[in-house]
Design a protein around this ligand. Structure first.
Ligand code: HEM
Length: 391
């Protein structure tokens, strides 16, 4: 197995990680990424196989020691379905899925349409940061509504979530850790008092359903309820914001004609946006026993990095993978993961993209990039710093 060196904060890599992925993938299914000291794969078949293989999972074999200043953050993670494996994962995920029915998601379409229209119409003439004015508020306000959290909390939700995801970034500093811990404390305090308040005020929202599951006894503890709300609120917008941002950038840079967003065409365009420039690039798994995948042996306790952005451009699966082809017949990509932890919010994210992009481009047919957009130095996240456009 080859070893490759690439500092994930290298400015060239941050702006365009795909040449590195191509180089790594060409060496074989697996390579050692020296900077992470981690065996990684950008091979689509290997990524998919490991996501689906129950001999791998997200819960570490040996739980890492948690320094006291990070205890509040990991106390929340300890009850997050994303960090758990069966049987706890199954129980928490089923509770959420029961509330996240396809009917409820489809029922959000009028809300998403109204909000996207309102935001698109409110864009000022001249130059504007579309990330702040459109891509951010849409998913935050929709997930707040779905959960039943006041929409006025959107700025706090954004701030807390931004601080918390700092824990997953390359080159994490003590300052980032302290920000994440402070944000976790504020988020938990808000939810504790808000949930108490909401016990007496049931409504047709997810928090009410989750509170009911908690009150019925053993099915959901208070800590699990809080962690689940935080997970949904954070995961419910971070990646969608940046998929909208990356998507608009790609559509404008490639001069994609508006008919790619017409009814009947928009679904495949959205899948191509998700494939071509995903917002999340790496997830890891632990091996729970000795496993061989495409000639590579993992021992119990070994970790492996799955490079979603690389898998999505695997020439073994995709024709001309480095080209954005909105009419490309949709095929499964890795952007939402696969297997047990497959993204719970994928139908909601797809709905938001499918509705908001056509509205934005219909209202603003002269939308142009005002300057070349730059990605933020936030790997394994892959999203823009800002998206300056002229209307
Ligand atoms: C374009 C937007 C999104 C992308 C690219 C995305 C991506 C992902 C990925 C890759 C995973 C799996 C991680 C792993 O297997 O290790 C995941 C899990 C998850 N996502 Fe999303 N997501 C998006 C939107 C959303 C939304 C809108 C919600 C909530 C409403 C959401 C909620 C979740 C949850 C709860 C999990 C954990 C599932 C589990 O552990 O069983 N995501 N997401």
């Amino acid at each position: 197995m080859e070893t490759l060196q690439k500092y994930p904060k290298d400015p060239e890599f941050v702006q365009d990680p795909y040449p590195f992925y191509d180089r790594a993938r060409a060496l074989g299914p697996f390579f050692r990424w020296q900077d992470y000291d981690l065996v990684c794969t950008g091979n689509a078949a290997a990524v998919n196989a490991i996501f689906r293989d129950r001999r791998f999972g997200r819960e570490p074999v040996i739980p890492p020691a948690v320094p006291p200043h990070l205890a509040p953050f990991y106390a929340v993670e300890a009850h997050s379905m994303l960090e758990l494996e069966p049987p706890r994962h199954t129980r928490l995920r089923n509770l959420v899925l029961r509330a996240f029915t396809s009917r409820r998601i489809a029922g959000l379409a009028p809300d998403v349409t109204a909000l996207a229209t309102e935001l698109a119409e409110a864009l000022p003439a001249g130059e504007v940061d579309l990330l702040q004015a459109f891509a951010q508020p849409l998913p935050v306000r929709i997930i707040a509504r779905l959960l039943g959290v006041p929409e006025e909390m959107a700025p706090d939700l954004l701030r807390w979530s931004n601080a918390m995801v700092g824990m997953y970034m390359a080159g994490r500093t003590r300052q980032m850790e302290d920000r994440a811990t402070t944000a976790t404390g504020a988020f938990v305090a808000f939810l504790r008092s808000y949930i108490d308040e909401r016990r007496a005020r049931p409504a047709d929202d997810l928090i009410t359903q989750l509170i009911a599951a908690e009150m019925e006894g053993e099915r959901l503890s208070s800590d699990e309820l809080i962690s689940t709300c935080i997970l949904l609120l954070n995961a419910g917008h971070e990646a969608t914001v940046h998929t909208i941002g990356n998507g608009v950038k790609t559509l404008l840079e490639t001069g994609t004609p508006p008919d790619a967003l017409a009814p009947g065409a928009v679904e495949t365009t959205v899948e191509e946006i998700l494939r071509f420039d995903p917002a999340l690039h790496m997830f890891t798994r632990w091996a729970y026993e000795e496993v061989e995948v495409m000639g590579q042996t993992f021992r119990r306790g070994d970790q492996v990095g799955l490079l979603l952005g690389a898998a999505n451009r695997d020439p073994g699966v995709w024709d001309r993978p480095n080209h954005f082809l909105p009419g490309r017949p949709a095929k499964p990509h890795a952007s939402f993961g696969a297997g047990l932890h497959f993204c719970v919010g994928a139908p909601l994210a797809r709905l938001e993209l499918k509705i908001s992009l056509p509205i934005l481009f219909q209202r603003h047919p002269n939308l142009r990039l005002a300057s070349a957009p730059l990605y933020a130095d936030v790997y394994h996240f892959h999203g823009l710093q800002q998206l300056l456009v002229t209307i």
